[in-house]
Design a protein around this ligand. Structure first.
Ligand SMILES: C[S@@+](CC[C@H](N)C(=O)[O-])C[C@H]1O[C@@H](n2cnc3c(N)ncnc32)[C@H](O)[C@@H]1O
Length: 213
């Protein structure tokens, strides 16, 4: 497939299935205005995540890497009335901005933002397991640890979803620690005996695994 045709497919999907509404556009504008990194999910990725939440029937979701709440809003919108998203963010500034955005989106009652490093926060969530879906979008060096947590704390039939599976193409010629971490994560997921997995070619690659046992 030529690069340009592949890009046209993404544009086609985005325009047809993933136009951002006023709230998501506001969150993107505020993310930039508040000086936060502009590394929220692309609209196509976020729409896919939303569909996966619906498809899996998830009601209890854990996210690692909140940033300004863009992906969290998309997840929370796909939850049933009694659904809950718990999202973990290491930066106190990002967590505060995200809380304001969940409030703005009318989703504050569905979302809990826990501030702290996920490696420290996740063990505290173990008592609330099993969860239905885990979305990983944070420090690459810990992706394998987050996957190990998912294997233990998702219900059978639940899903792990991870952004940046292609890591901007660096998986083909890994140089940095983060590059190698993503190569290792993808292999771990592909070979994991408790997940049936693949990478969906959208945005920077969305890895998806369904827990089978
Ligand atoms: C790519 S951004 C998340 C984008 C967000 N999921 C979205 O699409 O709207 C990564 C976020 O993970 C946070 N982060 C990095 N390391 C973390 C850690 N160890 N624990 C929790 N959050 C972390 C960063 O501060 C940043 O806000």
């Amino acid at each position: 497939m030529s690069q340009s045709l592949s890009q046209r497919y993404q544009t086609y999907i985005g325009e047809l299935f993933a136009p951002e509404d006023a709230t998501l556009r506001y969150v993107r504008r505020q993310t930039a205005a508040r000086g936060l990194p502009q590394i929220s999910l692309e609209a196509n990725e976020a729409k896919l995540l939303q569909v996966l939440v619906r498809l899996s029937g998830a009601a209890r979701v854990v996210e690692v890497g909140t940033l300004a709440g863009y992906s969290g809003i998309c997840i929370a919108r796909a939850l049933p009335d009694d659904g809950q998203l718990t999202t973990i963010e290491v930066s106190s500034v990002h967590a505060e901005v995200a809380r304001a955005h969940f409030q703005y989106a009318g989703l504050a009652d569905k979302v809990t933002v826990l501030q702290g490093a996920a490696a420290q926060v996740l063990p505290k969530l173990a008592a609330d397991a099993p969860f239905d879906l885990m979305f990983i979008d944070a420090d690459k060096g810990n992706y394998h640890n987050y996957l190990a947590w998912a294997a233990e704390h998702l219900r059978v039939g639940g899903a792990v979803v991870a952004d940046n599976a292609f890591w901007g193409g660096a998986i083909f010629d890994p140089k940095t620690d983060d590059d190698h971490a993503m190569v290792a994560f993808n292999r771990m997921l592909a070979e994991h005996p408790r997940f049936n997995s693949t990478i969906i070619q959208v945005g920077d690659g969305i890895a998806v695994g369904v827990k089978t046992g």
